[in-house]
Write a protein that binds this ligand. Structure first.
Ligand SMILES: *Cc1c(COP(=O)(O)O)cnc(C)c1O
Length: 346
């Protein structure tokens, strides 16, 4: 598949902004090329120099953990930036369309709406798996992207692997697999399939398992042509220096992250069992993520009663296929205990 033919015509023609750092990459004693303040910053730490536009040191460290080469890695100001850039690079407003699979993560549709790109919705089946026939019917020659969230937010389940492979093998556009919750899943990442499918884009994030939501750092892994196009379209300095420095430090603490993942998975399984014993809970959906979807008798009332006790969960009862459902993030063991006590008291 020729990825370059998938991009918008104006993006094909685009000559990207060339930064001072693009034009001179070597060492020097005096940099007077970027209109920075040579005195420094009014802080303990200096941030007076523009950061590396391609974040090569950080990508190198990520590459050692993920096993994905630097040239197949894109970093965004959150995965949300990568989602937006996929629309801006590949979808012609008012002409192209994308497929999303509700109930799913809300940003795909918001990003499509912002970019004036048609959204075709193919609901998940009642078991929250893919409706392959429905997806095949929805796509046409203007379908550029399909978003598959696995494990899916807000349902928590992973999507059956062979179904995803069916789409990868048959869809002519980009298949975006959002693996924001992959660290909590029994299923493994699709990273190993990157070399097999030139239309595969995998999104991961530092916002969940890595505990760095406030830094805004997301990853996209894909074939070289896709990464090159995203890099061409992105704002030149999209990842700030503080984020690059802090993420590099965080990557040294992978053992801590793995421990949190283990605890979160244990807590998820304990909480699932405990929730199922509560009379007000009608159903606990199986989860491969760091949250659980439950169906209750009266979602709005349960939500409100928890708010009264200072506990905020997510009311998802208005979402497609999620009637009466609440989404609960797995907290620390203490937080989970308090939540259970509160629910028992209702
Ligand atoms: C939380 C989440 C993200 C993360 O987005 P960031 O912009 O990286 O914080 C991405 N996709 C899904 C499905 C999520 O739930």
């Amino acid at each position: 598949m020729d990825i370059n033919n998938l991009q918008r015509e104006n993006i094909k023609r685009l000559r990207p902004y060339s930064t001072a750092r693009d034009e001179y990459k070597g060492q020097a004693s005096i940099f007077l090329d970027a209109n920075e303040n040579g005195f420094g910053s009014p802080l303990e730490q200096n941030y007076n120099r523009y950061p590396d536009p391609l974040q090569l040191d950080l990508k190198d460290a990520i590459s050692k953990i993920k096993g994905v080469p630097i040239e197949n890695t894109f970093l965004g100001n959150g995965s949300d930036e990568a989602i937006d850039l996929l629309f801006r690079a590949f979808c012609e407003p008012g002409k192209d369309n994308v497929i999303i699979l509700p109930p799913t993560y809300g940003m795909y549709e918001v990003s499509a709406d912002i970019n004036n790109v048609e959204v075709r919705k193919v609901n998940l089946l009642p078991n929250f798996q893919l409706d392959l026939d429905g997806i095949a019917e929805a796509m046409d020659e203007h379908t550029k992207l399909i978003f598959i969230c696995s494990p899916n937010n807000p349902t928590g389940n992973a999507i059956i692997r062979t179904d995803v492979e069916t789409i990868l093998a048959n869809f002519k556009g980009l298949v975006v697999i959002d693996e924001a919750y992959i660290n909590y899943a029994r299923q493994k990442t699709f990273i190993a399939e990157l070399t097999e499918y030139s239309n595969l884009v995998i999104l991961q994030t530092f916002s969940k398992a890595w505990g760095l939501a406030a830094l805004r750092l997301g990853m996209a892994f894909s074939a070289r042509p896709v990464i090159d196009i995203l890099n061409k379209v992105k704002p030149p300095y999209n990842i700030n220096q503080a984020t690059q420095d802090l993420a590099l430090d965080a990557l040294k603490n992978v053992d801590q992250v793995n421990e949190w993942i283990k605890t979160t998975v244990q807590e998820r399984d304990l909480l699932s069992i405990a929730l199922a014993t509560l009379p007000l809970v009608k159903k606990v959906y199986p989860s491969d993520a760091n949250f659980i979807l439950i169906a209750v008798e009266n979602a709005a009332q349960t939500y409100g009663a928890l708010v009264e006790q200072g506990i905020i969960i997510r009311d998802r009862s208005k979402v497609t296929l999620c009637e009466g459902c609440l989404r609960i993030t797995i907290g620390t063991p203490t937080e989970n205990k308090t939540l259970l006590q509160a629910l028992k008291s209702l």
